[in-house]
Write a protein that binds this ligand. Structure first.
Ligand SMILES: [Zn+2]
Length: 217
């Protein structure tokens, strides 16, 4: 069955039917010069993000939203694996295999992980690692509760803090490395930015990001 439209698959089709695969809204940001990459612009003036990559453009009520829903809420981790593998192969063909040393998924909070049973970013990291023939490490980053005093922060800072507190669980693993941080979907970019910031602080040589899909703002 096709993961996007649920039609039966024909022989030789892999997880998605030929029609869906042809009609997915591919973002192709890796083919654009950096100054024309809309995703890169979101990080300008914030952090030096080397490569800003996304496989698909998020469209409400479309195939991409359906695929992400399958991945996140229906236990269909194959969605992440197969899209990651295809995208990794495409990036390899574009010569980007040599641009990274390690793939790291954005972690879920432990409580959420226990509820869902899996992190939807892990399967994408696993697929990408396969397609790019690079190592990935699920536990390099850790999402933590904010324990710092909130009293001196304004309301906006407090709100941001709750969502985006990460720490590097394995500094030895990322030190001196070119790390590709991956997540299922990018909306504001705040989560990926927070992950990149702690990786750079822990001595990562470069940080890049890749998501399955990006939502327009
Ligand atoms: Zn289909």
């Amino acid at each position: 069955m096709c993961l996007a439209c649920h039609d039966p698959l024909a022989r030789g089709e892999d997880h998605l039917c030929t029609g869906c695969r042809a009609q997915l809204p591919y973002a192709d940001y890796h083919r654009l010069p950096p100054d024309q990459n809309p995703l890169a612009r979101r990080f300008w003036g914030k952090l030096p993000v080397q490569h800003t990559l996304s496989y698909l453009r998020f469209q409400k009520h479309g195939r991409v939203q359906h695929l992400l829903h399958q991945l996140k809420y229906q236990g269909q981790q194959d969605v992440g694996r197969v899209l990651g593998r295809w995208y990794g192969q495409e990036l390899t063909e574009a010569g980007l295999q040599a641009a990274f040393d390690l793939i790291v998924p954005v972690p879920l909070h432990a409580r959420k992980l226990a509820q869902r049973g899996y992190n939807q970013a892990d399967s994408f990291a696993e697929g990408l690692a396969q397609g790019l023939q690079l190592p990935w490490h699920a536990a390099a980053l850790h999402r933590v509760m904010n324990t710092k005093s909130q009293t001196r922060k304004n309301r906006m800072e407090r709100w941001e803090n709750v969502e985006t507190v990460f720490e590097v669980a394995e500094p030895n693993l990322v030190h001196g490395q070119r790390v590709l941080v991956v997540d299922d979907v990018l909306t504001t970019g705040a989560t990926l930015e927070a992950c990149c910031a702690v990786l750079l602080a822990a001595g990562a040589r470069e940080v890049s990001i890749a998501t399955i899909a990006t939502a327009d703002r």
